[in-house]
Design a protein around this ligand. Structure first.
Ligand code: T46
Length: 134
């Protein structure tokens, strides 16, 4: 499965906590794009796609959500609920996001600029693409 949880370096003192993330040091790619999600709702799921070439780190800055990650053979779940843990998702992984807590805030660090052509939004196409890669 091309995903993993990464503990982010936390600098804490009596004032609170600070996380600094450096490209190619704390995460395995250069960052070309940052986006975030807010005003999320528990009954609204997101995702349902894979990426041919994109790598991403997703961090729940506030609240929680449940990820489903699928490599075409296995399906696993990850609960993302800590601002000091990043979910790395590599190429060719189907992802779904469910059960957002009210107002959950996710920030995403991405290895490439936005390109809709690079999305695979149909699950059967995703499976076909994996077979063609073999
Ligand atoms: C992913 C998961 C975790 C842009 O214009 N630029 C962007 O950089 C992004 C990410 C999205 N958009 C537009 C495209 C859609 O009209 O924003 C709208 C919502 O995007 P989407 O439906 O793809 O959002 P999610 O939450 O289903 O998926 C997003 C990312 O797109 C995706 O790469 O891995 O978050």
């Amino acid at each position: 499965m091309n995903y993993k949880l990464i503990d982010m370096p936390v600098h804490g003192d009596k004032r609170g906590k600070l996380v600094a993330i450096e490209a190619l040091k704390d995460i395995p790619f250069e960052i070309k794009r940052v986006y975030y999600m807010f005003d999320t709702l528990p009954n609204e799921s997101r995702g349902f796609h894979a990426h041919k070439d994109l790598e991403q780190i997703i961090i729940a800055m506030d609240g929680a959500c449940r990820f489903i990650l699928d490599d075409g053979e296995r399906r696993e779940q990850v609960l993302l609920n800590r601002p000091d843990v990043g979910l790395y998702i590599g190429k060719n992984m189907w992802r779904e996001m469910h059960d957002f807590s009210y107002g959950c805030k996710l920030v995403v660090l991405a290895s490439e600029h936005y390109d809709e052509k690079e999305y695979i939004r149909n699950y059967d196409e995703f499976l076909k693409g994996l077979k063609n890669n073999d």
